[in-house]
Design a binder for this molecule. Sequence first.
Ligand code: MN
Length: 130
Amino acid sequence: MGPEGHSVPTIAIVEDNDDNLMLFEAMLEDSYEIRAFCDGPSALGGLAAGGVDLILLDISLPGMDGIEVLKRLRGRDQTRDLPIVALTAHAMRGDEDRFLAEGFDAYLAKPIIDEDAFFATIARLLEDRA
Ligand code: MN
């Protein structure tokens, strides 16, 4: 159940690249409600009251990077315990450990090569939350 009592979970996508954003929306919109944000401040504003079940958060964002956005979301009661997934286009060895240590619940490298693994990660995190 979503936060408003809907049966369809809501996923926030924070992504500054329009092509990536459209791709994520296309992949997820059949199964989830989507709320899209193009940078950290708009996401922090839009998510101030919570209202989502999971957040996909790009690391490389203009102005305020995804790590800083994560820290601010973790500092608020409304979003402290939400599953938050790091997205990065510059995948390097050790990234996953680093992002999990920062407080992300999972890490996904862009582009999404393995769609099944992508959907499985999201479904697992939503189940853990239920
Ligand atoms: Mn980006």
